[in-house]
Design a protein around this ligand. Structure first.
Ligand code: FPP
Length: 246
């Protein structure tokens, strides 16, 4: 068998827009929720592959602020999936050293689901093998507005505000920005995902639907990333002398 090329540069933070569950289900004559279920089952193998590749943070976008507008049955199904998944997987994730985080709004989830999410975060907060950051009821513009409101409430003066301080008001406070954002199912859109944090991210788009995105797909995305030159607005020769920025 041909040996796989080595990954010369690895992203610390990978974020995935898990798209295509509905189309995956439709192609199989299944209801949309079966696609979301298959998508949920795909999380563990991808998380384990990320651990193997020494990715330190995996962010998964599971529910957007716009997803509330989907049919009620689908919304209820997605809430149920989150509840069942935490219940079923939490102990094992904890034992495997996974730290769970949440990015987005919690206040619109049912009180019992909010409690479950908070308890999962509290239980796993000292784990350091990998951070699994679940973006649930997340939207980039809403996040920025929420940050601005709190900045005003805190009485921050215009001259005190810089990018580092602003970042501390985002849901992702304390996490480094994603280095690589993967979008499955072939859409070339940002769709309001991490619009601040993704400013310098590398994007990788694959036509594969999320439930079929496997370790080989992840490897291809990482290989593509490792072959790109991240310039952060600089020229190549400037970059060579400013390696601290890479
Ligand atoms: C997009 O596919 C996917 C979503 C809106 C939800 C993603 C959710 C999961 C993978 C499961 C829930 C997660 C947890 C953490 C329990 P789509 O429905 O837009 O697909 P389509 O574009 O093909 O219709």
């Amino acid at each position: 068998m041909k040996e796989k090329p080595k990954l010369t540069k690895l992203p610390q933070h990978v974020a995935i827009i898990m798209d295509g569950n509905g189309r995956w289900a439709k192609e199989r004559g299944l209801p949309r929720l079966a696609g979301h279920r298959a998508g949920t089952e795909n999380i563990r193998p991808v998380l384990e592959a990320c651990v193997e590749y020494e990715v330190k943070i995996l962010t998964l976008w599971a529910f957007s602020t716009e997803n509330w507008r989907r049919p009620e049955k689908e919304v209820r199904g997605l809430m149920r999936l989150l509840r069942e998944t935490i219940k079923r997987e939490l102990q094992e994730l904890h034992e495997q050293g996974v730290q769970l985080r949440h990015t987005g709004r919690l206040d619109r989830l049912s009180p019992s689901l909010q409690k479950q999410v908070r308890e999962a975060i509290e239980l796993t907060k000292d784990n350091d093998r990998i951070i699994l950051n679940v973006a649930f009821d997340y939207g980039g513009r809403a996040e920025i507005l929420a940050a601005v409101r709190r900045i005003i409430q805190d009485g921050v003066l215009p001259e005190q505000l810089d990018e580092a301080l602003f970042s501390q008001y985002l849901y992702t406070a304390g996490l480094p920005d994603p280095d690589l954002i993967i979008r499955t199912s072939g859409e070339f859109r940002v769709s309001n995902f991490m619009i601040w944090q993704g400013a310098y991210a590398e994007y990788y788009i694959t036509p594969t639907y999320w439930p079929a995105f496997d370790e080989e797909e992840l490897y291809q995305a990482l290989l593509d990333y490792s072959q790109r030159e991240r310039r952060f607005g600089l020229t190549s020769s400037q970059l060579a002398t400013q390696t601290s920025l890479i």
